[in-house]
Design a protein around this ligand. Structure first.
Ligand code: ADP
Length: 191
């Protein structure tokens, strides 16, 4: 299975990604997590990414694309993968198409988690208190929502046109949302 998990910041992608990936026996690849671990290890990539992340902006495509390409080339991603937080721009969509085509496979599904905008802000402000992520301040949270609306929301139509889009209600308990995602993806796998 080659799956993309999409949704605005706060929709619960990170929370769901691990469980979904486990369910299908594939690695969850989170660009946000890879960036954050590079920042904390003080790598060159981390230094490049940090200023963008802290401002709520996207890291430049060139940097992100190369990072994802390298990750997808790892042996554990050969049977498939779940992408959390990539692609986020139209240029990344094209780049990913190339990467998947090169392996001779196809994308199976794009899951979009939908959550009310009120609830999104609540969740992110809550996370700001518990996790202390440097990009969870109110100003940056708002900027991330804007950037998502401008640059990432248009991807939903692209994948809908390709008949890959599955919209899943992201409101409610974590387990309920997981069950909805499993049910939708099990259907894709069986078809
Ligand atoms: P969120 O919870 O806001 O969806 P993530 O943890 O997925 O956040 O990502 C955090 C930050 O990492 C983003 O705000 C952005 O700066 C950077 N980032 C993650 N994925 C990408 C991507 N595909 N393209 C560019 N920047 C990215």
């Amino acid at each position: 299975m080659r799956i993309i998990l999409m949704g605005p910041p706060g929709a619960g992608k990170g929370t769901q990604a691990t469980g979904v990936a486990e369910h299908f026996g594939i690695p969850a690849i989170s660009t946000g997590d890879i960036f954050r671990s590079n920042v904390s290890q003080g790598t060159d990539l981390g230094r490049k990414a940090k200023e963008y992340m802290d401002a709520g902006e996207y890291v430049p495509d060139q940097v992100t694309n190369l990072m994802v390409r390298n990750r997808i080339d790892e042996p554990d991603a050969e049977p498939g993968f779940l992408l959390d937080g990539y692609p986020r721009t139209l240029a990344q969509v094209e780049e990913l198409d190339g990467m998947i085509k090169f392996t001779g496979h196809e994308l199976d599904a794009v899951v979009v988690l939908t959550v009310d905008s009120e609830e999104l802000i609540q969740r992110l402000l809550q996370r700001a208190e518990t996790d202390g992520r440097s990009d969870d301040t109110e100003e940056v949270v708002r900027r991330r929502q804007e950037v998502y609306a401008e640059q990432t929301e248009p991807l939903i139509d692209v994948y809908r046109d390709r008949n890959l889009l599955i919209e899943v209600d992201g409101m409610g308990e974590v387990d309920e949302v997981s069950e909805r995602i499993f049910a939708a993806l099990d259907q894709v796998r069986e078809s």
